[in-house]
Design a protein around this ligand. Structure first.
Ligand code: RIB
Ligand code: CA
Length: 346
């Protein structure tokens, strides 16, 4: 089966970084490009982090395009520093990247790549949706050209993580989310309702670090700040795999439970700014505009994540002994299939 071709729009960010690694470790996925946006950190920092993380994963052949440095309307009110550290990648330290960002702006890169190959690319937005919203306004054909859109964002029945009613990615640019939610793109929402059920624990990280690998060390160092934050402020040992869970829509969709609803976002500017709400009773009589993940077998997803990280560590150490020209393709090959209920030979 051909891998799903994806672009990730991102604000790395610790869990963003873990998402890149999971994509590279998953043969079901072909990561075509990264586009960066201001969110957890400035867009310059996000871009540097994206280039560096690809480098440590031996994937510098994947292009990175820099995007918007500010939300559409309201100034970013909350930074992600407390969770992701000043660097955006926790306590991990990565060398200055050797590879360079592409000259094209992220908006133009998204438009060009997606419109050039209609129904081929699935976009994953795991930060504020500023780039996508402006791409829709600049080139409306992107709406019909996208094969699909998977959004990490929102909180439906779950409370918010940046205000009591709003999740960070949506709250950081609610007007962008409003444009996207009303665009008509076939979309799937992965909200806090399910991501908080996917907690990577310190025991999982210790398990991974039994492998002597720069990837295992990166995961440990990057999640350290994240774990401290959750221990101190949310009272549990672990960090939520918010962004990586979006990839379960490709690598393990059987772990997710979806419902179709009309979902909207509050841009009225009051106390519930950025609140995302589903019309469960269909009182608005509006058609559903997205699939919403409202339950997940979270521990199974975390175990799949750790398995894929372990296989990535092994493959990268094997790749180190290959001649340079063979290394890029050695990253994501035959990861163990997770699908216990999948027909054999899938
Ligand atoms: O609310 C979780 C989201 O906010 C994730 O994308 C995380 O990276 C932060 O950006
Ligand atoms: Ca993110």
């Amino acid at each position: 089966m051909n891998p799903t071709r994806i672009i990730i729009d991102t604000d790395p960010g610790v869990d963003d970084a873990l998402t890149f690694l999971l994509a590279l470790a998953s043969p079901e996925i072909k990561l075509e490009a990264l586009t960066t946006v201001r969110g957890n950190v400035t867009v310059e920092m996000a871009t540097r982090n994206a280039l560096s993380i690809l480098e440590v994963a031996n994937a510098s052949h994947i292009p990175v395009a820099q995007g918007c440095s500010l939300p559409l309307v309201s100034e970013l009110s909350v930074s992600g520093e407390a969770v992701h550290g000043q660097s955006g990648i926790g306590k991990a330290t990565l060398p200055e990247p050797k590879s360079k960002v592409v000259a094209q702006h992220a908006i133009d890169s998204l438009i060009e790549r997606i419109v050039a190959e209609p129904d081929e690319i699935t976009l994953f937005t795991i930060g504020p949706m500023t780039n996508l919203a402006l791409a829709i306004r600049k080139e409306p054909r992107i709406v019909s050209a996208l094969k699909g859109l998977v959004i990490m964002g929102g909180a439906i029945r779950q409370g918010g993580n940046v205000t009591p009613l709003a999740e960070f990615n949506i709250h950081a640019d609610p007007h962008a989310a409003h444009i996207v939610f009303h665009s008509g793109i076939p979309m799937t929402l992965i909200p806090l309702d399910v991501t908080y059920k996917c907690l990577l624990t310190s025991a999982d990280v210790e398990q991974l670090n039994k492998i002597d690998s720069p990837i295992a060390r990166f995961v440990s160092d990057a999640t350290a700040t994240y774990m401290d934050f959750y221990r101190r402020y949310e009272g549990f040992d672990g960090c939520a795999l918010h962004d990586p869970l979006t990839l379960a829509t490709i690598i393990a969709p059987e772990l997710l439970t979806f419902e179709e609803h009309h979902v909207d976002v509050d841009i009225s500017g009051g106390v519930s700014m950025g609140n995302t709400f589903a019309d469960f009773m269909n009182v608005s009589k509006k058609p559903a505009n997205m699939k919403v993940a409202l339950d997940v077998r979270g521990r199974e997803f975390v175990e799949l994540f750790v398995e894929r990280m372990e296989s990535l560590c092994v493959r990268l150490s094997e790749a180190k002994h290959l001649p340079h020209h063979k290394r890029d393709s050695a990253v994501a090959t035959d990861a163990p299939s997770h699908r216990p209920d999948a027909p054999s030979g899938e």
